[in-house]
Design a binder for this molecule. Structure first.
Ligand code: SAM
Length: 219
């Protein structure tokens, strides 16, 4: 269950949508429990499902993830792929990498995931492959820079998704935590840029904590 269920949707809508979600399997439920007990932020369940469905619909074969944590979204991506597909996921924290490696191996998707240890702004300029889908989910203050580095790595028709762009209601409303002032302002700038990006056709979907969703066009 999310921290603040009614931050984006009205409570009754959010509770209803939560109730009709498919049940998580054992591994996914364990990852959710680990995240809750250890205060590791991961995507909301419906966001993970949305990522998996998008990957399946696109038959994505190359996915880049910025911010892996314990591998919750990475497992959803990897499970959506056929053999030969690859998720490249960036994470600087050794403890997260160790924990994620265990979960990925138990999910049986090790061979479909390449972990790039390091900070995204250092790793991304070294990447040479092109991606069908890019998922941004790391340092909010860096989202604009991730976007600049992501668009050239995305194939035409590829999809870019960024999580937490409504930031528990703060982006459109009042700041709840003074500590999140810089991240909230950065996300406002990111959303403007994302929605007006000349190479993207974009929309913000109010699921989870807000998902920015754009397709790379050749217009
Ligand atoms: C919100 S979590 C990612 C959750 C994951 N995508 C999921 O839904 O399962 C953000 C992660 O970004 C990582 N991170 C922090 N700084 C980073 C950086 N500069 N580059 C890439 N990842 C970073 C954090 O260690 C953390 O594990």
């Amino acid at each position: 269950m999310k921290d603040s269920l009614d931050a984006i949707l009205r409570r009754e809508q959010a509770e209803y949508l939560d109730k009709i979600l498919p049940r998580a399997d054992r591994l996914i439920a364990e990852m959710e429990q680990y995240s809750a007990e250890n205060r590791v932020p991961i995507a909301d369940r419906e966001v993970a499902l949305f990522l998996e469905i998008t990957s399946r619909a696109m038959c994505a074969r190359r996915i880049l993830e910025i911010g892996m944590a314990i591998g919750y979204s990475a497992v959803h991506f990897a499970r959506a792929m056929e053999d030969g597909g690859l998720v490249v996921t960036i994470e600087p924290d050794d403890e997260m990498i160790e924990r994620a490696s265990g979960f990925l191996s138990r999910a049986g998707v090790n061979e479909r995931v390449r972990i790039e240890r390091g900070r995204a702004l250092e790793v991304m300029p070294r990447l040479t492959e092109s991606f069908d889908l890019i998922f941004i989910d790391a340092v909010k203050e860096e989202y604009e820079k991730y976007l600049d580095l992501s668009v050239p790595l995305l194939r035409e028709g590829g999809v870019i998704i960024a999580d937490n762009v409504l930031w528990k209601g703060q982006v459109a409303g009042e700041l709840r935590s003074p500590k999140q002032k810089a991240s909230t302002e950065a996300l406002r700038r990111f959303n403007e840029k994302f929605m007006r990006h000349p190479q993207l056709r974009s929309v913000i979907v109010p699921i989870g904590d807000g998902l920015a969703y754009g397709v790379k066009t050749n217009d």
